[in-house]
Design a protein around this ligand. Sequence first.
Ligand SMILES: NC(=O)c1ccc[n+]([C@@H]2O[C@H](COP(=O)([O-])OP(=O)(O)OC[C@H]3O[C@@H](n4cnc5c(N)ncnc54)[C@H](OP(=O)(O)O)[C@@H]3O)[C@@H](O)[C@H]2O)c1
Length: 274
Amino acid sequence: MVGGEPIDVPDLGLGTYRNDDWDQCTESVQTALEVGYRHVDTAEAYGNEEAVGESIAASSIPREDVFLATKVLHPKFTDDYATESIVQNGRACLERLGVDSVDLFYGVHWPGGEYDPAETFEACERLDEEGAFDHLGVCNMTPELIDEARDVSDVPISAVQVEMHPLLQQEELREYCERHGMDLVAYAPLGNGRMFEVPELQEIADKHGVSAARVSLAWLREKGVSSIPKAASEDHIRDNWQSLELALDDEDVRKIDSIDREERQYDNPYAPDW
Ligand SMILES: NC(=O)c1ccc[n+]([C@@H]2O[C@H](COP(=O)([O-])OP(=O)(O)OC[C@H]3O[C@@H](n4cnc5c(N)ncnc54)[C@H](OP(=O)(O)O)[C@@H]3O)[C@@H](O)[C@H]2O)c1
């Protein structure tokens, strides 16, 4: 078994799921880069890699200063989930993004359907040999699935992306990633909007005079986890960026830690047995 290679995923990135209108997507990525974001998360399945790639290329920020992450299409959409098709799908991600390599390549978006660890990670090894990415990651995996992936992958798995927010606190995965030197990246860090209905977050937000979005993102940062909130509007993009200025106190953190609700927002037939 190999270990995770050191990686430093920026604390805050821009999520782009359901941001597939060309103009809206390019505008939001450009705004985010102007505001200060240096991490953009996309995926083959989001249908916006071209728009994301073009926005980064058109911005005044050098490509090497932007941490770009994408995910290869999961088996639900492919007839032939074999090594060769994953390699081709990975190359197609780079082509659509208009880059030679990405900083983080999630070799598995959802480990369901016909997911086969040996074929998947053989494809990732070939893409790594071609210089397609700096770091390899996986998404939507349990510690058991990550163990299995690490057993078969010659390329170190450096990052794990899963749903995480105050209503899904992921203690086991946090501990696992810390133990194995992997970065944890929280998707749906605002619970896809659900965080605005959590009274504890609103109380803390009122106390600091900030939005509940900032509180959720600051809590994730306090846990050592990177976040990729999706925001299309400039107000939301700026509000989320301001979370980097918010320091929660011990009482705030304890209050969020003790929320006794578990509400996952994303599940599908390709999800593992969480
Ligand atoms: N690996 C995976 O399987 C997976 C699955 C899901 C998501 N993801 C990634 O994670 C990213 C984030 O997840 P998500 O898009 O599901 O949900 P999210 O980031 O938790 O929430 C996005 C929603 O919150 C709104 N919002 C954002 N900032 C706000 C603010 N400051 N105040 C009020 N509302 C705000 C957005 O509105 P507007 O858009 O109107 O601004 C949008 O409706 C995705 O875009 C994607 O990159 C990965």
